[in-house]
Ligand binder design. Sequence first.
Ligand SMILES: [Zn+2]
Ligand SMILES: [Zn+2]
Length: 156
Amino acid sequence: METPLTGGCFCGAIRYRITAPPFGQANCHCRACQRATGGAFAGVLLVPTEALEVAGEYREFTELGDSGNKVSRGFCPQCGSTLFARTTRIASMRPVYAATLDKPELFTPTLDAWVDFAQPWVTMDESLPKYRRDLPAECAGLPAPKNRRPRPVVGS
Ligand SMILES: [Zn+2]
Ligand SMILES: [Zn+2]
């Protein structure tokens, strides 16, 4: 993925720049993303923390994610767009909501996460790996656990 990537909120008060390629790109089906975006799921870029530069005063809403960890979602106080998040558990990575990119068509999801919470009215790309819950460690720039099963699969 070519960088820098740029994006921002609906009204333009908050702008951001992503200066390094994301660790991963995922469709997140967790309930928090559903609520925060009002959509069935959220396309997220998993960006190295130091590669996300933000201009403008955003606010955060913090709650417990489905992982049981605190997740703060950054939004524009003027127009309400949810732009990105951060979690206390993983400091190395920041999820950025792909639909807020200036060129959202650049987003190329490679997996579905939290599919245990997926809505029955969503049709997923069968060819993408499915994670019942959290994202794989690589998406946070962390090493994959040695004893992990080759490819997590959900139902069929
Ligand atoms: Zn705004
Ligand atoms: Zn999510």
